[in-house]
Design a binder for this molecule. Structure first.
Ligand code: AMP
Ligand code: ZN
Length: 469
């Protein structure tokens, strides 16, 4: 299995630290709002990586954190007049709901930064003792980048360049730094912020230290794969490497995987630019299986542009697979013969070839786009060859194989019967329009259609309300 490693900028053969096991850590979201579909890309991509390893028989220990102490959370808490915990608890719960609706498996462990402060204090202490960190006058603790010779190896930057770059940027409040490229491990509290006691000052951790600590606690000092979006390469992952390797005296992760951005109008989707759609919003318009299928229709290291056209194409692609699976199910319910014909033997040979093609695509740095193409070919083969005369083993092989390969991508092959809010609202709007045009027959027909879908309408003075029966 080949994985593109950001460290070496090349595809490398996957060799686990321990045979049959994969230890992987994926940086998770900062929880101050609903996640957007850009945040969903690493979730879907690395969940698929995990599923593929499991398909190959590996036992995967998958850790993904929630960053629950951060300026943005504190700001949101102040705006709402509640404490930070209320905000992070709410959005962790919402994020888990979104993950479930995208069929992203829960991690083996989902640690939270605020629950791991002791571990962070201990790692910071170790770094100070080893000369890799120092406390400034005001109690801020900085990592001494010059003390770590490998600094820059992930982002392929050299420290001198970095330092001259940083020199241009003067950050107020960081006057105590020995060097401009040093970064914060611990910082003093500000008025109204959550804080913890520490030997240096009452304060809170910098962002990077949490991942080094949680990764070590739940996966050990050395891990196989560390992953996240490409914006995390520098400084976040570079700093994680410095902290972990300086503290543990061992290489940290063997493979560093980074997904490219989900863009909109060719710009990165992000909260700060305001050009985002939340998973929740997209879920009102589309079955989130379509979103998952869309995300996997491109290679994870290629930028992907979100658009209605591509979502429609994904919906159609997924539909083709679901229809194929349904046809196989119908065929399987008929009384079929048990003997595989010579012609079917030939087709089975082709089908096995397509499975091999699928696996080869996945083993070439998780090329899900080509893997999906192999599934389409299997569906095409099924559509062209299955009939009332087919044998049971032949139909069953195709049905279970297509299902299994979709399952590895986390794509469900059962059609959802759940009715989406967006669909209901669109129908209600059409009914209102019909009533306005005095087309009561159509209005009644739509009311009945909604009733058949299990949706009850109530005409109130404030407008139409609806609920599920
Ligand atoms: P954040 O909450 O911003 O720390 O992001 C959580 C995860 O989502 C990180 O792995 C980011 O790299 C990733 N991410 C954020 N925005 C995008 C985007 N537009 N496309 C792909 N990944 C993203
Ligand atoms: Zn991280």
């Amino acid at each position: 299995m080949k994985i593109f490693n950001t460290l070496s900028k090349s595809k490398e053969e996957f060799v686990p630290l321990e045979p049959g096991k994969v230890r992987m850590y994926v940086c998770g979201p900062t929880v101050y709002n609903y996640i957007h579909i850009g945040n969903a890309r690493p979730m879907i991509v690395f969940d698929t990586v995990r599923r593929y390893f499991e398909y190959k028989g590996y036992e995967v220990n998958y850790v993904s954190n929630f960053t629950d102490v951060d300026d943005k959370i504190i700001k949101k808490a102040l705006e709402e007049g509640v404490d930070s915990d209320t905000i992070s608890r709410r959005y962790i719960a919402e994020c888990k709901k979104d993950m479930e609706s995208m069929n992203v498996k829960p991690a083996t462990t989902h640690p939270q930064a605020t629950q791991e402060i002791d571990g962070m204090l201990e790692m910071i202490r170790t770094l100070i003792d080893k000369g890799h960190a120092y406390a400034a006058q005001d109690g801020t603790v900085y990592f001494r980048t010059k003390s770590f010779p490998g600094y820059g190896k992930l982002s392929h930057k050299n420290l001198d360049e970095l330092q001259s770059g940083f020199r241009e940027i003067k950050v107020t409040g960081e006057e105590g730094k020995e060097d401009p490229s040093d970064f914060v491990l611990w910082k003093p509290k500000k008025e109204g912020e959550p804080f913890w006691e520490s030997p240096w000052c009452q304060g809170r951790p910098g962002w990077h230290i949490e991942c080094s600590v949680m990764s070590r606690k739940y996966l050990g000092e050395q891990i196989d794969i560390h992953a996240g979006g490409e914006d995390l390469v520098f400084p976040h992952h570079e700093n994680e490497i410095a902290q972990s390797e300086a503290a543990n005296g061992k290489p940290f992760a063997t493979y560093w995987m980074h997904n490219a951005f989900l863009n909109i109008d060719n710009r990165k989707m992000s909260k700060s630019l305001g050009n985002f759609f939340t998973v929740r919003e997209v879920g009102e318009k589309y079955d989130l299986q379509v979103l998952r299928f869309f995300m996997l229709s491109a290679h994870y290291r290629s930028p992907l542009n979100f658009s209605a056209e591509l979502m429609e194409a994904s919906r159609n692609g997924l539909e083709r697979i679901l229809t194929g699976v349904e046809r196989l199910k119908d065929a399987g319910q008929k009384a079929l013969g048990e003997t595989v014909t010579a012609e079917e033997e030939g087709n089975l040979e082709s089908a096995r070839g397509l499975v091999a093609k699928y696996e080869a695509a996945m083993e070439d740095d998780f090329n899900t786009a080509d893997a999906i193409a192999a599934i389409f070919e299997l569906v095409k083969l099924a559509n062209a060859t299955v009939s009332g005369d087919s044998s049971r083993p032949y139909v069953e092989y195709l049905a279970t194989t297509i299902k299994k390969l979709c399952d590895v991508l986390g794509v469900l092959t059962e059609r959802k019967t759940e009715v989406l809010d967006g669909e209901v609202e669109a129908l209600i709007a059409r009914r209102q329009q019909a009533r306005k045009e005095k087309n009561f027959a159509l209005a009644d027909q739509i009311r009945q259609q909604l009733l058949d879908m299990g949706i009850l309408l109530e005409d109130t003075r404030e407008g139409v309300k609806w609920k599920r029966a």
